[in-house]
Ligand binder design. Structure first.
Ligand SMILES: Nc1ncnc2c1ncn2[C@@H]1O[C@H](COP(=O)(O)O)[C@@H](OP(=O)(O)O)[C@H]1O
Ligand SMILES: C[C@]12CC[C@@H]3c4ccc(OS(=O)(=O)O)cc4CC[C@H]3[C@@H]1CC[C@@H]2O
Length: 323
């Protein structure tokens, strides 16, 4: 990758000596997009993200009114950022007006916590409209203490691992075409199933939030991309109730759902052109927006490898994915 096109989360230029010392004590492996990834608190990360996580854990102070969206990459983060922003701020920004989502990419409206902390321990969230809405890819156990101890709400969204893997596969190839061209998909599936992917192991991440949502249903709401796709309005109303801003009988949820649909967001100029401040192309977050699309990319035998891993890891949890 040309250095100018490297997203901040993949850069290793601004690491502090403290981060370098920490990294040297962590298990590390060669990655797919990154030459080296590091296992921090059980999860594989880039160097920059380890620094971001440590800064976030040390400095982020949650408010009781905060809403935190937790996901693994490629599980519906962009969609939920848009839906949550639109529903939480629907009185301030009515859908019928000049809505911020029409001119701003969802990633610029909802900050990525540990991502923003990659470059500096000082991050200012004062500009965010209240209640604050923020996103993280952190596991439940790595969340800053104040997120766990305050009354803030966590919405966790996950996705069928085959669709999630395929989404990340195409995302990585778009992000770093030269670096990924020669990498066989069989190797990537094997690494994914061993948990050796940035943010992984997938199954540990999902199970932690699943059990937490069962133990503490007022704190963590568990959502899937598949249910959101199947019955978007029902799920959006359930999310709104959970956050404490439920829809009245008179209020229309369909306008928000329409504004945040794949077709609507992906056709907006702001999401088709240019780059985000983190260096990633705005359109990289919109590909197909479907469920079951893995069939176009994965052979039956590779799909089986992921399915067998899922059966083994999720056995006894009560958790199942459709398609
Ligand atoms: N408004 C929307 N509705 C449904 N899916 C959406 C969406 N916006 C983005 N997506 C899809 O969500 C995935 C990206 O996830 P994330 O936002 O977590 O990075 C991509 O999946 P595909 O690659 O399968 O199309 C993308 O197309
Ligand atoms: C989290 C992130 C999307 C995933 C990006 C990613 C995916 C796969 C990788 O391969 S490997 O090196 O682990 O084998 C590496 C990365 C690194 C950056 C990740 C992105 C940062 C912000 C996006 O949401």
């Amino acid at each position: 990758m040309e250095s100018s096109s490297v997203p901040v989360y993949l850069k290793d230029e601004n690491l502090t000596q403290e981060t370098r010392d920490l990294l040297s004590s962590l298990p590390s492996e060669k990655g797919w997009l990154v030459s080296q990834m590091y296992q921090f608190e059980g999860i594989w990360q880039t160097q920059a993200l380890v620094q971001g996580i440590v800064n976030c854990q040390k400095h982020f102070e949650a408010n009781d009114s905060d809403v935190i969206l937790a996901t693994l990459a490629k599980s519906g983060t962009t969609w939920l950022k848009a839906l949550l922003f639109a529903l939480i701020h629907r009185h301030k920004f009515p859908v019928s007006g000049k809505h911020p989502l029409l001119v701003t990419n969802p990633h610029s409206l909802v900050p990525y916590l540990e991502g923003d902390y990659c470059s500096s321990p000082e991050v200012n969230f004062a500009e965010l409209p209240s209640p604050r809405l923020m996103q993280t890819h952190l596991t439940q156990h790595s969340l800053p203490v104040s997120i766990k101890s305050s009354s803030c709400k966590i919405i966790y969204c996950c996705r069928n691992p085959k669709d999630m893997f395929v989404s990340i596969w195409h995302f990585g190839r778009k992000l770093a075409p030269e670096k990924t061209a020669e990498y066989p998909i069989e190797t990537a599936v094997a690494a994914f199933c061993k948990g050796k992917f940035i943010g992984g192991p997938f199954w540990d991440h999902v199970l932690e939030y699943w059990y937490e949502s069962l133990k503490n249903p007022n704190k963590v709401l568990f959502v899937t991309y598949e249910e959101l796709k199947k019955q978007t309005e029902v799920e959006v109303k359930r999310i709104a109730e959970f956050i404490g801003c439920g829809f009245t009988a008179e209020e229309e949820v369909s306008e928000i759902v329409k504004l945040c649909s794949f077709e609507s967001l992906s056709s907006l100029e702001v999401n088709r052109q240019g780059k985000l401040p983190n260096g990633i192309e705005s359109n990289a977050f919109f590909r197909k927006g479907e469920t079951g699309g893995w069939r176009d990319t994965l052979s039956e035998s590779l799909a089986d490898v992921i399915d067998r891993t899922t059966e083994q890891k999720f056995g006894g949890s009560g958790l199942k994915f459709s398609s």
